[in-house]
Design a protein around this ligand. Structure first.
Ligand SMILES: *Cc1c(COP(=O)(O)O)cnc(C)c1O
Length: 438
């Protein structure tokens, strides 16, 4: 097998995600043969540093021995059993451990496989909760400008990324959109906290008018990722929580990207000292090995469905709900967090990456260099509509996988970079910028 063989066969048989396939005439697919730690390797033995954790999923490097061993053992014990009418140890243990991590404020856990499915579940549960509570008019959702929550129809309806939405507009029942608390919107002489307060005031005036038909507000706490790594002050989340409480509206924290330590704390909402009514997790929860998503919710929500009447139950399911292998990978991921004190190690690693990235922060060709936890981002000042693709190519040529969102370049590396690898990440970025912005 060679790179060229696999590339040709892939283009003939596979429809790749999030891709205008014709672009592969000039930007070749990258066939990957194996991966180890933060490195991907192709069929010619070329290695690429995975600077975006394989779409933000891979936390501890590829092939982590602890996760591999847990999966091997689970595969030999119980591969899968349906979760309706049955239960198994990995799903019980994972639910218990997640509830403990969330301070027991979110005592029940519902499972699916992809992030978008978790968002669908949270939206349906919220709406159904209000129906069960005698408030069926509360069935509309509220989302932030520039937010991203996945691409199935319900999730897309709360996603404010026109490129992903426009073609499907006739299929969607769109959410109301309120301003983003993005710290960059503050304007000259004002702080990120001011931007958060501005956005909270806009939320307040929307809720005053529309609370009677609003089921829930959905947010990506601290960092709106796919919309361009827009970061905000935690004060927004505190205000949003208080406003939702005042107006009887659920708060859904979509931590599919920012959960699992990415924001610096295990859950991003912890940094605001609040608890959401629904918490969506996916991406990193299995350490980037298997698809798993979940929604945690409060006892109050759970109890509103607990009844003699079947139709008041939450009758949503997926065939692989709570798959034991995926749950086991998630348990191994939580073991690593606990035993290796990952959050403390990440604070040291983040300081090191920020030091290495100082030349980017000072580069006059770039704007708005910013960092939250294990996410770094900046904008390239260029009008080149092909910037993202050209930058990606130049970074790959320098041995680093980075995939800008428009003009926004970001790092979202696995939590296991060494000093040399952090240096390579920045050096390849500078080299790619020199080539593209020349
Ligand atoms: C990736 C993402 C999703 C969707 O998850 P999928 O597994 O890709 O369906 C939803 N919300 C956020 C915040 C995400 O980053």
């Amino acid at each position: 097998m060679s790179n060229a063989d696999l590339l040709r066969r892939s283009l003939a048989a596979v429809w790749h995600p999030c891709t205008q396939m014709k672009e592969h005439e000039s930007l070749p697919l990258l066939p990957i043969r194996r991966a180890q730690g933060p490195w991907l390797e192709d069929f010619n033995g070329h290695r690429y540093l995975d600077g975006i954790s394989s779409w933000w999923t891979n936390l501890f490097g590829h092939g982590h021995p602890r996760i591999v061993a847990a999966l091997r053992e689970q595969l030999e014990t119980l591969d899968h059993v349906m979760l309706a009418g049955f239960t198994h140890e990995p799903v019980v243990a994972l639910s218990e451990r997640l509830a403990a991590l969330a301070g027991h404020a979110l005592g029940h856990c519902f499972y699916a496989s992809d992030g978008a499915a978790a968002v669908e579940i949270a939206l349906k549960m919220s709406c159904h909760y209000w129906r069960n509570s005698g408030r069926p008019r509360k069935n509309r959702f509220l989302a932030l400008a520039g937010g991203y929550h996945g691409e199935t129809l319900g999730a897309l309806a709360v996603t404010d990324v026109p490129l992903f939405r426009n073609a499907y507009a006739p299929l969607l029942r769109p959410a109301a959109i309120v301003p983003s608390p993005d710290g960059r919107r503050a304007g000259p002489g004002r702080t990120a906290r001011d931007a958060a307060l501005d956005a909270a005031r806009a939320l307040e005036s929307h809720l005053e008018r529309h609370h009677a038909e609003t089921a829930a507000l959905i947010v990506e706490p601290l960092v709106q990722c796919a919309g361009g790594m827009a970061m905000h002050d935690a004060e927004y989340l505190r205000r949003a929580r208080a406003l939702c409480d005042r107006h009887g509206v659920h708060l859904i924290a979509d931590e599919i990207a920012v959960g699992c330590g990415r924001s610096g704390s295990f859950f991003a909402h912890e940094q605001a000292g609040i608890a959401p009514d629904f918490l969506c997790l996916s991406k990193g929860i299995t350490g980037g090995t298997l698809p798993l998503s979940l929604v945690m919710t409060t006892d109050a929500v759970y109890e509103a469905f607990y009844d003699d009447e079947v139709a008041r139950g939450f009758l949503h399911s997926h065939s692989y709900t709570g798959n034991p292998l995926a749950c086991r990978a998630a348990l191994a991921t939580l073991d690593i967090f606990e035993e290796e004190d990952v959050l403390a190690a990440n604070r040291r690693l983040a300081a090191q990456i920020s030091r290495a990235a100082a030349p980017l922060a000072a580069d006059p060709r770039l704007a708005d260099f910013r960092n939250t936890g294990m996410i770094w981002a900046f904008e390239a000042k260029t009008g080149d509509a092909r910037f993202a693709r050209r930058f990606q190519q130049e970074a790959l040529a320098r041995g680093v996988l980075l995939r800008p969102l428009g003009n926004t370049v970001y790092f979202m590396p696995p939590y296991v970079l060494g000093e040399e690898e952090a240096g390579l990440l920045v050096a390849a970025t500078l080299g790619a910028l020199d080539a593209v912005l020349a």
